[in-house]
Design a binder for this molecule. Structure first.
Ligand SMILES: Cc1ncc(COP(=O)(O)O)c(C=O)c1O
Length: 399
């Protein structure tokens, strides 16, 4: 049978990043001894009040269709949160409730770009970006973040990448996988380019609440007419499976996005929306819990990895991932990921899935049980020691 060009784009770059993770997950489900340092979904429960609110909704029959853009109370609650985080005063009409930030990225791409256009995304970029942005038909243009500069964006390369076809600059800050938060100077450069070339700015701030003070520098308040902010409760409230997220942007764009949402989603479940309102009503407490959980585990993983001479660790400013530079082992991130899993049954993610500059790295998530972190790092150490022994032997025998 024939398939659309669109679905080929969705299955393109980035789509195979999860192969080792999926194998590991399936093995663990079969009861095998496997350690997962691969996925960014903290092993924390959603706050009990939020769960109770969803159950209440279900019991009360909140099981019908809902407005495609989200219930007005939810949109207003998101608007209030966005205002507190970014300083941009917005109302409910500037908010679209989406099935997670992932869905908001999809909506943004389809609203602002199409075939013949270009979307510039700052590397390293989250693995779903190529597929999601590519689905619009636009060409994805990646700009580097050199490892030697701590994965901060190359602003000259960004400026040089802009053409008359460019529609938007897309970035995640805090970044996944490297945890870099764009600073005022970098944002000012992006703002100047966006103004000069009349571009949209798509700011994925899904990790913003994990930053100290629950906010990161951004451009929403300065460029309200052209910034689309993506967010969700997945990371801040340990609610990844609820699929509660949003897009905030100019009301004209949100009205168009609502039409797309009618075709695509037809409204989030009412009990999820009520639970999301309850979650937002808890103010910063859930995110503060996640921040202190992550701070503890980040310190533990750093301590464990410090024992491994072959690995250079890039610890994140914000987030739940470490990038481990494994080039000294002689393996690429991709080779290391596969060989580590085959030898030690530890799943990490190939850094090459996020961009060229991270191809010599693997991504390890520390949002998991301390014992899993300790055991995972011990197995990584054993794996690296094995590689080193073999390297010494092959050097000695000339093979
Ligand atoms: C940078 C980035 N954006 C978006 C998402 C998707 O988040 P959500 O669960 O809100 O769809 C993720 C998930 O890990 C992410 O890392």
């Amino acid at each position: 049978m024939r398939y659309s060009a669109l679905i080929d784009r969705a299955m393109g770059e980035g789509a195979d990043a999860w192969i080792v993770h999926l194998e590991a997950r399936a093995a663990r489900d079969r009861g095998e001894d496997v350690l997962l340092l691969s996925i960014g979904d903290p092993d924390l429960d959603t706050p009990a009040e939020v769960v109770e609110r969803a159950i209440l909704g279900l019991r009360a029959g909140d099981t019908h269709y809902t407005p495609a853009a989200g219930r007005p109370e939810l949109r207003a609650a998101i608007a209030a949160l966005h205002c507190a985080r970014t300083g941009q005063a917005v109302g409910a009409s500037e908010v679209l409730a989406t099935a997670g930030a992932q869905n908001a990225l999809f909506v943004a791409a389809l609203c602002i770009a199409g075939p013949g256009d270009e979307l510039i995304a700052l590397e390293p970029l989250y693995t779903t970006y190529p597929g999601t942005l590519g689905i619009s038909g636009a060409t994805l243009v990646r700009t580097p973040a050199p490892a030697a500069r701590g994965f901060r964006p190359d602003l000259a390369a960004l400026a040089a990448a802009i053409t008359p076809r460019t529609r938007a600059i897309v970035y995640a800050s805090p970044n996944n996988p490297c945890g870099v938060v764009l600073d005022e100077r970098e944002l000012a450069a992006i703002a100047a380019l966006a103004r000069r070339h009349d571009l949209w700015v798509v700011a994925d701030e899904v990790y913003a609440a994990l930053a100290p003070g629950a906010r990161v520098p951004g451009l929403a308040a300065e460029l309200p007419e052209r910034v689309l902010t993506l967010g969700s409760l997945s990371k801040s409230h340990a609610m990844a499976g609820w699929r509660a997220g949003w897009l905030v942007g100019p009301d004209e764009l949100v009205a168009k996005a609502e039409a797309l949402s009618v075709c695509m989603l037809f409204g989030l479940p009412g009990f999820v929306q009520q639970a999301a309102i309850a979650a937002l009503g808890l103010a910063d407490a859930p995110a503060a819990r996640v921040r202190s959980y992550l701070a503890e585990r980040r310190a533990l993983m750093l301590e464990c990895l410090a024992q491994i001479p072959a690995i250079v660790v890039h610890a994140p400013a914000v987030g739940m991932f470490m990038l481990l530079d494994v080039r000294a082992t002689g393996l690429s991130g991709r080779e290391f990921t596969r060989a580590l899993y085959d030898a030690e049954r530890v799943a990490v993610v190939d850094g090459g899935a996020f961009g060229r500059e991270t191809a010599g790295c693997v991504r390890a998530c520390f949002a998991t049980e301390p014992d899993e972190i300790r055991a995972g790092c011990a197995r990584i150490a054993r794996f690296c020691a094995g590689l080193a022994r073999r390297g010494i032997r092959s050097a000695a025998t000339g093979s």
